[in-house]
Design a protein around this ligand. Structure first.
Ligand SMILES: Nc1ncnc2c1ncn2[C@@H]1O[C@H](COP(=O)(O)OP(=O)(O)OP(=O)(O)O)[C@@H](O)[C@H]1O
Ligand SMILES: [Mg+2]
Length: 429
């Protein structure tokens, strides 16, 4: 009887026969009735399983976020959480197989007629059983999840600002740095060069490239400066790695946590220390080196690398695994291109071009000066006095050059520019 009913029912379209025969099923003896229920409610049972699986996946994502957060903070995850995640993954795979088989059953159906009744029955039954497992697992997972998590650390978008132009001279240095980063015997790479030559811009671009090319997993950067606050340097690096140092006030504990985090999982990590002036630091009254701050140079780990920038050469001269790379001024042609890029199209006008060439010359192939002066002049272009403004700028720059007292060209140009800008502002208003 059951077979005959099924034959008739299956030629009808889905919902109608499910509704009618569902009712008929109520009057059948228990086991046969149950078999019919599985067949008739096939679609419902599988859809319910898919819905519950989605809920389980959401909970699993939450639990995984918590595990990641703990991991970033060098905290060990409890074995209950690990076991739960293992079960969640296994059940997800099993349900995935049932859902795949559902497609097979549906493919074999024509106008509601499904010849593969056996598979239809067994799948529907499995779906009901698994739904219960999924619901219970999800309920257990709730206790391992929180309502909010710290976001994963932000990477490149916060590090680079798109300032970099890939001039040939810069491209070559970048290649050299990237090569050093991949060298097993090198773990400390110093980029040195005159103020304003583009060291910071370069290392940020290197970090971006290395990340894009999957040469590194994580990167963190901190500015050290002339009067370093090392607690702040540690905090900056930890922040970028998603590591909370907050509660740890002792410098040794902070350094130890940082070191463990940097060596965790043998991940490829680069720490960039920008603008270094000295190679011995003062940390809470104690003289310390890089190791004392928490940077694990030395030792067997080949995955941790450190990059620094400095105006001074030959820092940490006793570290054998160090490579120093000099960043030179731009070539004449590159200097012209950078200035033109910043000052705009008016640079090519016949009355301004000769002045522009002299201005570029005065900027001494130094990116910072070219960017500063070029950008400032672009803002003044199109005005009545454009030519006079450019001439005035040239005058002031030449003057600065002939009366040079300070070794720092960037500072000189900046000071000069401030004077020029003030004078020009008065003239224009
Ligand atoms: N390759 C480049 N393309 C475009 N602009 C650049 C490039 N390199 C440097 N600059 C510009 O030059 C200026 C100075 O660069 P940067 O701050 O990197 O110099 P620095 O060597 O780190 O200087 P300091 O020694 O003062 O820290 C910035 O405005 C930067 O945008
Ligand atoms: Mg710098």
């Amino acid at each position: 009887m059951a077979e005959a009913l099924a034959q008739v029912a299956l030629t009808w379209s889905g919902k109608i026969w499910e509704a009618i025969l569902g009712k008929v099923g109520e009057y059948l003896v228990a086991p046969i009735g149950l078999q019919f229920t599985y067949m008739f409610y096939f679609n419902y049972n599988l859809t319910e399983l898919e819905t519950q699986l989605e809920k389980l996946k959401t909970t699993r994502q939450d639990v995984e976020m918590g595990v990641d957060e703990n991991h970033r903070n060098v905290r060990v995850v409890g074995s209950n959480v690990e076991a739960w995640l293992k079960s969640a993954n296994e059940v997800t795979t099993e349900v995935g197989r049932i859902i795949q088989d559902k497609a097979e059953v549906q493919e074999g159906c024509l106008n509601g007629w499904c010849p593969n009744l056996k598979l239809r029955y067994s799948l529907s039954r499995k779906a009901v059983e698994k739904t219960e497992v999924v619901i219970n697992l999800k309920a257990a997972g709730i206790s391992y999840s929180k309502s909010s998590y710290n976001p994963s650390p932000a990477y490149m978008e916060t590090i680079t600002n798109g300032d970099f132009t890939g001039f040939e001279s810069r491209r070559l240095i970048m290649e050299e740095i990237i090569e050093a980063l991949q060298h097993d015997e090198i773990n400390l790479i110093g980029i040195y060069g005159t103020g304003g030559v583009g060291k910071t811009t370069m290392v940020k671009e290197v970090a971006k490239r290395a990340k894009e090319d999957n040469l590194i997993d994580e990167v963190a950067i901190a500015v050290v400066g002339q009067n370093p606050d090392l607690t702040n340097v540690q905090a900056c690096i930890a922040d970028m790695l998603g590591l909370e140092l907050g509660g740890k006030t002792s410098p040794i504990m902070r350094a130890s946590l940082l070191r463990r985090r940097l060596l965790q999982d043998n991940k490829k990590v680069i720490v960039i220390l920008d603008d270094i002036w000295v190679d011995q630091f003062d940390l809470h009254g104690m003289s310390t080196d890089l190791h004392g701050i928490g940077f694990p140079l030395g030792g067997a780990n080949k995955n941790f690398k450190m990059l620094y920038t400095s105006r001074t050469r030959d820092l940490w001269h006793d570290i054998r695994t160090k490579k120093e790379i000099h960043l030179d001024l731009l070539s004449e042609e590159e200097a012209w291109r950078l200035f033109r890029q910043k000052a705009g199209d008016s640079t090519d006008s016949p009355d301004l071009k000769p002045i522009a060439e002299q201005i570029v010359n005065e900027c001494g192939r130094l990116p910072s000066a070219l960017v500063l002066v070029g950008t400032a002049l672009s803002k003044k272009s199109g005005r009545n006095y454009t030519k006079q403004i450019w001439e005035a700028m040239l005058d002031r720059l030449s003057c600065a050059r002939s009366t040079r007292v300070d070794e720092d060209p960037l500072q000189e140009v900046q000071e000069e520019f401030a004077t020029v800008a003030n004078a020009l502002a008065k003239k224009n208003h």
